[in-house]
Design a protein around this ligand. Structure first.
Ligand SMILES: CC(C)(COP(=O)(O)OP(=O)(O)OC[C@H]1O[C@@H](n2cnc3c(N)ncnc32)[C@H](O)[C@@H]1OP(=O)(O)O)[C@@H](O)C(=O)NCCC(=O)NCCS
Length: 195
């Protein structure tokens, strides 16, 4: 991602995270500009015919922040990534977004291949992230723990967690009060990949 891609990436957020996901949680141009400033090699886009059809944002966090398994905001230091540190151990996935019209064509997997490649070539300990579980509330399953376990063993499908598991991530547990996300009951599935 370069500064010329920012307006297309902001537009993509609107297409990919429609209500009930809160617009307040979309990246603004000022956030993406800051990401490019602090960690340019960790911000990527997918482009088709000049249009941004995918985006992928990352930062690096310390081992203690990863082990704390805290909220999104406390882990990365908010949308301006105040906790990003090149001395950390963990490439942390902030966002992966593919335009609805371009899904299931391998763009998400290509971004994950870049994430894993970055971990390997920079000798980091892991890739980790907190993953939305947007089909949890509508599933009727009683707890997020039970739901994530069912998704992890392939007995239920979640439109976000299932693809990330197929890309090679491993389920580690539930983080409650991760971010304001009604469909996920404000929780996230903690996912990890080790090189
Ligand atoms: C999750 C997301 C990034 C996946 O991107 P994508 O480009 O469609 O993924 P790919 O085409 O690379 O698919 C990777 C694997 O996931 C599977 N997959 C994709 N969408 C799926 C779905 N809805 N349900 C089950 N499996 C799915 C694919 O079949 C593929 O598996 P396979 O190669 O083993 O057959 C995309 O759906 C998206 O942008 N969602 C909205 C934004 C979002 O929620 N981001 C994550 C925030 S934590």
């Amino acid at each position: 991602m370069t500064s010329g891609d920012i307006s297309g990436a902001v537009e993509l957020q609107r297409a990919a995270f429609p209500p009930p996901f809160s617009e307040d949680l979309h990246w603004g141009a000022e956030h993406l500009a800051r990401h490019i400033e602090v960690f340019p090699e960790g911000q990527w886009v997918a482009v088709c015919d000049g249009y941004i059809v995918g985006s992928c944002s990352n930062c690096i966090i310390s081992e203690s922040l990863w082990q704390a398994h805290g909220s999104w905001a406390s882990t990365v230091g908010g949308p301006f990534l105040e906790k990003h540190s090149l001395d950390g151990t963990t490439l942390y996935g902030l966002d992966i977004t593919v335009h609805p019209g371009f899904r299931k064509q391998g763009i998400g997997r290509a971004f994950y291949s870049k994430r894993f490649g970055y971990v390997r070539s920079n000798n980091l300990t892991r890739y980790g992230t907190g993953c939305r579980i947007p089909d949890y509330i509508s599933s009727g399953v009683a707890t997020q723990e039970e739901y994530c376990q069912l998704v992890a063993v392939g007995e239920m499908n979640d439109r976000t967690m299932t693809p990330l598991l197929r890309m090679g991530l491993c389920y580690q547990g539930v983080i409650h009060a991760y971010m304001t996300d009604g469909e996920s009951g404000n929780a996230a599935a903690m996912l990890e990949w080790l090189p």
